[in-house]
Design a protein around this ligand. Structure first.
Ligand SMILES: N[C@@H](CCC(=O)N[C@@H](CS)C(=O)NCC(=O)O)C(=O)O
Length: 260
């Protein structure tokens, strides 16, 4: 059995499927894809994922893409490889439905809105440092039309009305999550599931740092308690320490997710 995981920095989608791999103690090889060098659009990478996005799971040559799909695939393919305190997907129909409800909510109502603000701050700076001709050439290799538009919009600047709309979506999501976490310990009930990993990776982990004006740490105590519980998990700490070539001190992965 050979598992390979193609990923970028341990954040957002790359973090979202890395956490389950480490939680489940799976033996995998991590392959870093440098988004700052546009490696995700290069021929060697699109040969695996024609959509030109990370992350990608390669299981004995079978390619699985899209993080929510990857994470459920890991539960299906490796049902016996579970964290010490149980599987990452509930065993009953109701629990599974709740988990999928939250996954759908994060995938459709949260992820792209947080991402827009991240791109507005970071990708705008990166893309503006590239000459026009070079940027046009890079864009000709982006396989997904919507993603090509997003790169180009990031360079010219997102419209304020779109950024405001994204902010409204984020505030709505935070209030909804805060209310749920007042009812149950985790998003889908009293057990930690893929839904928690999803919201944590896309929003929970860095929302307080990205949007200090929202005063998350003082206004949303349930979310803070939940975030700390998840951040304290050994597997989450290992995943967060994964290779990040934008930071000094290179790390690589091998075996059961141990650092080398
Ligand atoms: N729906 C996909 C989204 C993947 C995605 O947006 N990946 C980002 C990184 S977080 C990416 O590859 N961005 C670079 C690009 O699109 O060029 C998933 O869940 O895996």
């Amino acid at each position: 059995m050979a598992l390979k995981y193609y990923h970028a920095e341990p954040l957002a989608n790359s973090l979202k499927s890395l956490i389950p791999l480490v939680e489940k103690g799976l033996d995998f090889e991590g392959i870093y894809v440098d988004l700052h060098k546009f490696e995700q659009h290069s021929d060697w990478f699109t040969a695996s994922n024609p959509e030109g996005q990370v992350p990608v799971l390669d299981h004995d040559g079978t390619i699985i893409t899209h993080t929510t799909v990857i994470n459920e695939y890991l539960e299906d393919a490796f049902p016996d490889a579970n964290p010490a305190d149980g599987p990452l997907r509930p065993c009953d129909a109701v629990g599974t439905a709740r988990m999928r409800y939250w996954n759908k909510f994060v995938d459709e109502q949260v992820m792209n809105y947080v991402s827009m603000h991240g791109w507005h701050r970071l990708i705008r700076v990166i893309t503006r440092s590239i000459e026009d001709d070079k940027f046009e050439e890079l864009m000709s290799h982006v396989p997904l039309p919507d993603q090509r538009k997003k790169w180009m919009t990031a360079r010219s600047g997102f419209e304020q009305k779109d950024l405001d709309h994204a902010m409204e979506k984020i505030e709505y999501a935070l209030a909804k999550v805060e209310a749920q976490l007042g009812e149950t310990r985790y998003l889908a009930g009293d057990a930690y599931t893929l839904a928690d990993i999803n919201f944590y990776s896309h929003c929970g982990l860095m929302v307080n740092r990205m949007f200090p004006d929202l005063e998350v740490d003082t206004r949303l105590p349930n979310l803070v308690r939940w975030r700390e519980t998840i951040s304290d998990r050994p597997a989450v700490q290992k995943a967060l320490a994964a290779e990040d070539r934008t930071q000094p001190g290179l790390r690589t992965w091998s075996g059961d997710g141990r650092e080398e």
